[in-house]
Unconditional design. Structure first.
Lengths: 456, 456, 456, 456
């Protein structure tokens, strides 16, 4: 049964409802054991605490609720994030580690800083390792020693983009990772990464359990594509859209600055076109927005090149925004291989489109100019804006609260305007994508005026 | 019964939960009559519709829900915003008006533009008046004629702060306003304003009903203070915090640039200190954050001046952020009168504090410097950032959808990550303020390290 | 004899001295005839005027002057720009035209606006045509009608990058252009363009003279490469460097964000590497700065790839900035052809270098990552910053003053901190390039620590 | 005889010509003794050197030169800045100190960093003290120990506004300062400050000479008001104008956002109104620009309030920009006293004007609104933009080159597009102010359309 019939119709709402939440998903959070140590936060006058029985409904539709009531089933819900009165780990001498994996994203350093400050000032847990360059930093063969993270060493790091720890893609043998955790005596591992990393995290948690260790694995969702399931919006996304808009604005300036000129911008978005779509709606200067979720044809009447030609004939300029994962049927194949994260390597649709557009107009004997902009690395490596900064701060704090309480194999998420705990298993069960039947996508289409772009 | 025991503990969550939603509030939306005309949006392939029976739970806590179930009461919920398949007004020849009231705020022009574009392109309703300079533009005595708003005239206005219509504070006689609406033949009035304006809007809707007219009154909540009840975050707030941070950063630079120097920044926040508090958490360079919700003493041991002196002795610089409504017990009195909006005029706590700080240190014979920054007009008159722009676009679209469907005496709001309809009566029943028992305020205190600032 | 022995040694000075001013160049400005009409500016109380006998020394070195004195030759000098008391054209009914040619550059709209405002308010000359899309707008075959430029139509255009007129590359037949000028009854043509355009402008002025017409041709130098001879700094250059720095900063973040990672940025700079060099000095985060003026080898000991490998071995990250014209020996050939401006088409050194770097490290069996950023269109299409805006305003004003006084075949320039008139013939006699013996380049080398990069 | 009759007429030129250079000024640079040590820069392949006989003409007008030739006098000239082949100080064990005095200004940290990097990498002179909080840091009574400045400690400081050393106003006893220099064994003192500081610097150099010491005193001109004589533009000025424009833009938005509304902005400019004037020309949205150099009357026909009323009657909004030193006849008196720098304390013309405007319109019974913005501390405490950053880098490098060569009692300046050495005695002989007969001021008047504002 469709979860959100008639509901999935608003720009931000859709970011959630289109997920089509799996009604039967298990949202129980694993724990290392009963939290029996009084939290050091208890001593602070301003403290307020959250209990494990505080839960947040996964769906806020009254209709969904009535369905549950009729069926006699409990509505899906998530554990509320926040500090617990009793914690699992004794902060005295406790050792934690932070690792950052995958591509860059605005705000990673803010999350690192927030984790370090909360561990130090909130719990008095002062031994914190920064694992270098992603999971490979766990592998002794890499020769990478962890760096010590202190209140001093994270001072000011949020003014810079990127990650002070370095990052990398790709897995490492789970037993090697757990060996290193054991050798370093680490009790909490904070993983800042995306779905690939979450899979690794789940594996690490399994191995930890198998060995009977007491190591908490807590993830903070990081993806510039905003495509992680059960997170309403990932950190850095707002900043990324802001930067994408800067480039698209330039593309528009270029397009109007020469006769029959096309501004073509490729942005991040491997499987989910959120950045392209959001920037399109925000600017309203885009004529074609192509994303992985929406198939299109290049050739034939009604196809993209035909529509582009009509647009140029009518207005003599055009702006095209392209998510990197769009139109992969034209550029991908098994021969492209996989990257270190195990993702299928995408063909470069940006270069391909630039060349195909040129070719098309050469064939029809029309002079056009194409200005191609690929701002990918500029978008993802800037510092976070203030709103993302606040968000990152909260994610970091809640990750620490969760870990100190002995939660594991989970990620900290933001859902229905609340911070919640989500099991890694649920988070990796599906990918968040733009719902083509949503009002968000409808806003894109209204803004561009583009048709189906399928050849008739 | 406390709504959110043990829950009100996260930075963003608190923006909502601390509202302490009134469980018994009536969330029924007034309508001018049954919507029986097919929406022009039906013809568009990408359309998706919302029904009046789609409702969003006001509270997402499972505990709250269980209380309802035990008590046999229905949980409070809001009507979901969005386009309806059937509408009330025939777009043909339909006349609408937009009025902007109260102080400036980033994004007003974005909302105006979104309303105009949605009326025009979505519904084909092309006659749109812009009322000049707030409610006074309705009064023939003002000599202000409405301006025509078209797709052309709103082109590019979102690149500028402020409002192209002009604004003003203060009421006008309700019958004069309704006379003007009748005279101009207006069927929909969009009101962009705050709680004072909402009261006026509710009065206009009453008078419209009394006269048996069919005029829809739809409000878009605007307040730079983020203090409207039942709105999780008002538009422009993110931008305002970003700008406030710019000034506070300068105050920090100044404070460290001279011996025993105090950077003192006054920001917006008449009754609710959200801007001051959010900027404090975002920057983590603030030593004292004073907001209207949190009383403090100037003198005596443990009071603000004593704490400030200790801070300077220890670190030789300090940054103080002050909401304009903080410490009013020191500067306000009946003699200050009321402003045109009917608000009690606030004494200028910024100048007062600057002078009292100087006096204090003169008395204790210590040389200090005070750098006082009042960025109020800079904060509120800049263009919206991209995220606020997206938000404003959605608010404007949903306001049009609601009005076309014949809804009235309501505001478009954002709640639990959904756009919803809220009756004006509910919206003005309470003010949103910083909950001093929330994790948001806890984050402020953690960040500043400030004590209670009450004299012992 | 070397003009600037021992002098050419400061970052900004060099922008001038390295030009190696040709001592014998003729700096006489052509005139259409004697200016005998009183300037309308005479009536304005605040006016102050410049006389043709006010001249500015081309060289400010005392040594150069002494050489002149000993040799009995007059030192080279330029006519000072500014309003003349008597003018040549009667403003009544006067028609002017503006054309913008070549690539975009921040500030073009500022120059257009300044010309329009000065013609209108300063001289009362209100008929102004904007020629569309460069010189091709003169060609009736293009079907492009000129647009009318008024005080209203240029209002706010400086907030946008690009040119409201559109631009294009490449010549048009001189007689066609002059035919159009005659047909439209234009007396003044303002040309905003680079050296290619200046050649066209000189040709137009010749043809005008041949036909015995009274049409003034006044150029405003525009080149994002800052490579026009006898202009100390071209407009938009500061803004371009600011934007280049944004990208290079991102490249640095990327480079430090992954193991053995190289941030590679290609910026504008066809024959002159000013943007690359200035950004390198400003940021001090660049390890290799490659410009057209400085030859380098890729392979062999001491070559670039060898040096890059050593850098990575030592520090595990590197930032490389590349002007588009650098290393052309590797990518250019006659087969590349010429672009519409008649420039040799450059091979894409950016893509080439990215691939050669990858290949090199694959060959030596070392894992490296390359993050390639090509921000060219972002750099050139943003609005001008405030300093460039002031500069553009002055260039536009002085262009109008010169034209009204009947000057022709000249450009308005900035030299030794004065605005001056330079004959087009002198301006196109040479190209401005980075002097490898200058302190400017020395600063680059100090900052990068790079060696000669020539294979031994 | 007037130096620049009929010449002083361009926006940037005027910044120089209006200085009315004193023809007879002595531009001889003091030296501690003959430089006889080979510079370590000699070993570097890319080095190029400047000789003391390389001089730059103070005036570039051909007419001025002819006057000299006729009179048989040598034209005034300045020593060219840059590295010398022989230096005075042995870098081995050499101790230097840097002190920053007076108000903040964008770019101070850039200058500090450049000095440290050039001393360290260029000359191998690695012992560098940072004197804390201005001259008071020399006084043992202050209890302020100098901080050690190293390549590491200045890393990244240019990303922040202000000065890492702290600053303060006011003199200290010269003999105490020189005692401290002796005690610390300092050979070079770099002073970053304004004219008050230069007077102190000249006194220190005198005392050094009297004691027969070998200590070089080299100044870097710093004033946000851009009012130091014989410097064409001071560092940070561009950034300050950029920031002032941000505030004025907001004032314009406010002014148009309410009926009969006046945006009033007070910017820096104690005796010289360069920031106000430059921002006015750059934005072209200002209706009245009031600066110290141009007297105006408040009351009476033709006075400011009369003109403002007429403007409001005509357009219903107005933007007024005010330099802090404007209109001091209304607010200053001997009772205001002097600040620590010995400057007459200025009355607060901003608050005064705000209140007088309100009073005036109350008296004539017209409702107006005044939005008063005082962005002073925001303008001066931001980081430098890229162009100022390049400028600061060059100033710092040249200051080191001068000092190492044994130059003293001088400042590094920028003049006629060259870096030069100017004796402190010449620099403090006059103040740079806006020339009311210049084209720069003419541009202001054209842009605002304001009349004389003197009561008739």
């Amino acid at each position: 049964m469709e979860d959100n019939t008639g509901m999935a119709c608003d720009t931000k709402v859709d970011l959630i409802d289109e997920l089509g939440i799996d009604f039967s998903l298990d949202t129980t959070i694993d724990m290392l054991g009963p939290p029996e140590i009084p939290s050091p936060l208890q001593g602070k006058s301003y403290s307020c605490f959250v209990s494990d029985s505080d839960r947040v409904l996964a769906r806020v539709s009254v209709k969904n609720l009535e369905e549950n009531l009729q069926a006699g089933t409990a509505p899906a819900s998530f554990e509320l994030a926040g500090p617990r009165q009793e914690i699992f780990f004794n902060p005295e001498g406790l050792k934690s580690a932070i690792v950052t994996c995958g591509g860059l994203c605005p705000g990673i350093n803010d999350v690192i800083r927030s984790i370090v400050l909360t561990l130090h000032y909130g719990y008095g847990a002062k031994y914190i390792y920064g694992i270098r360059y992603g999971l490979r930093g766990f592998n002794p063969e890499s020769g990478l020693s962890p760096m010590e993270l202190t209140v001093q060493s994270v001072n000011g790091i949020h003014e810079y983009g990127g990650t002070i720890l370095g990052s990398s893609r790709g897995p490492q043998p789970v037993d090697v990772i757990v060996d290193t955790l054991e050798r370093l005596g680490i009790s909490i591992l904070f993983i800042i990464g995306g779905d690939g990393t979450f899979r690794a995290g789940a594996g690490i948690a399994d191995e930890v359990r198998r060995r009977g260790l007491k190591i908490s694995i807590v993830a903070v969702p990081k993806t510039i594509d905003n495509d992680i399931y059960l997170v309403s919006k990932t950190f850095g996304f707002e900043t990324a859209v802001e930067m994408a808009c800067q480039s698209i604005r330039c593309a528009h300036t270029e397009a109007t600055g020469a006769p029959n000129c096309i501004g073509l911008v490729k942005v991040m978005g491997r499987y989910s076109g959120f950045i392209a779509a959001a920037a399109t709606v925000a600017l309203r200067e885009v004529n074609f927005c192509l994303i992985p979720e929406s198939d299109f044809d290049l050739d034939g009447p009604g196809g993209f090149l035909d529509a582009l030609e009509k647009r140029l004939d009518a207005r003599s300029h055009a702006v095209v925004v392209l998510a990197e994962g769009a139109g992969q049927k034209y550029v991908s194949g098994p021969e492209q291989g996989r990257d270190l994260s195990g993702n299928l390597k995408l063909g470069d649709i940006g270069i391909f489109m630039r060349d195909r557009i040129k070719e098309h107009f050469r064939n029809v004997n029309k002079e056009v100019f194409v200005r191609y902009i690929d701002p990918s690395y500029i978008i993802r490596s800037v510092p976070a804006n203030v709103d993302d900064r606040l968000y990152c701060g909260n994610l970091g704090q809640n990750a620490v609260h969760a870990a100190m309480a002995g939660k594991t194999a989970m990620m900290v998420s933001y859902w229905n305007d609340r911070y919640v705990h989500v099991p890694l298993s649920a988070a990796i069960s599906k990918r968040k994508m733009v719902n083509l039947k949503s009002r968000f996508w409808m806003s894109v289409l209204e803004s561009t005026g583009q048709s189906s772009l399928k050849a008739s």
